[in-house]
Design a protein around this ligand. Structure first.
Ligand SMILES: [Zn+2]
Length: 294
């Protein structure tokens, strides 16, 4: 049975209101708005055990008969890798030890190694995907506990592309990386869907971030932001579908969460803008090709 989330995952307030209710591939998805800080999060939601089962079932359904990732998957991941590499190049980041959390088929590991000549290690819970990345000779662990058990040294770049929104407790997860997984002078690269342009409300998305709430999550986890960019790459030239952020461990903590206001209004305005641009400039709003809209 899905469980009610009693406290906001960001500010721990118990006051929330209904934000969105919809069907997603046969599942009811309900998102709440924290009345204190403005975070949008799924509640009730599947328990961690139910989520595991869900991933397994969906996975089999989608990849029936295929031993590894599909060509479409690899295409999307290749394009995403190119976009993330550009962001890093613009900031003059050159990692020596790189960790990709949610490494999937290992495309980022491959592209980052080619570009930087760095050591690249992955974490990927999905068995078939992990095996695929391991075939390319990368070290890929099932989870952080296994990485720690193996005694891996800390990394100066950690990436999490489309991972943070899936985690039940994003603040605790990010805080846990500081110190032994990320070096004190290391940087973390995160990409998530943007609540104000992306459909967002999928069954596996525990949290739907705006730029504001993403900043607050990072601050509470002890990070300071180097840059944050709203963009549509590689799917759109116009719509800010994604938030990409580069951050590093902060020297001083920012105490208390700064709340966001008018979240429902901003969501409505953002989705209206998306509909208008899709109608007026369809080929710029959605890059033609194999992408489904998001
Ligand atoms: Zn809150």
């Amino acid at each position: 049975m899905p469980e009610d989330i009693k406290q906001c995952p960001l500010c721990h307030s118990e006051k929330s209101s209904l934000f969105d209710r919809r069907q997603f591939r046969g599942h009811q998805v309900v998102n709440c708005l924290c009345e204190n800080c403005g975070l949008v999060y799924q509640s009730p939601r599947m328990t961690p055990a139910e989520l595991d089962e869900f991933y397994t079932r969906e996975y089999r359904l989608v990849y029936q008969g295929a031993e590894g990732p599909t060509p479409r998957d690899l295409f999307v991941q290749n394009n995403r890798a190119a976009s993330l590499l550009e962001f890093l190049a613009a900031q003059d980041i050159r990692p020596q030890r790189y960790l990709d959390i949610g490494a999937s088929s290992g495309i980022l590991l491959q592209r980052f190694t080619e570009r930087f000549g760095c050591t690249a290690v992955g974490i990927e819970p999905g068995e078939a995907y992990r095996a695929y990345a391991q075939e390319a000779d990368f070290t890929v662990y099932a989870d952080i506990a296994d990485l720690r058990d193996a005694g891996e040294a800390a990394f100066d770049l950690v990436s999490m592309a489309h991972v943070l929104e899936h985690l039940p407790d994003p603040v605790a997860f990010l805080a846990d990386l500081r110190g032994d997984v990320l070096t004190p002078s290391g940087v973390i690269l995160i990409e998530v869907p943007n609540l104000y342009a992306h459909d967002s409300f999928e069954i596996a998305h525990m949290t739907s971030f705006s730029a504001h709430t993403l900043r607050q999550v990072l601050a509470q986890a002890g990070y300071e932001i180097i840059f944050l960019k709203k963009h549509g790459r590689p799917r759109s030239k116009l719509l800010p579908l994604y938030l990409t952020v580069l951050a590093r461990p902060a020297l001083s903590y920012e105490l208390g969460v700064r709340g966001e206001r008018l979240v429902a209004l901003k969501r409505r305005a953002g989705m209206l803008r998306r509909r208008v641009l899709t109608k007026l400039l369809p080929r710029r709003a959605w890059v033609p090709g194999i992408y489904p809209r998001e």
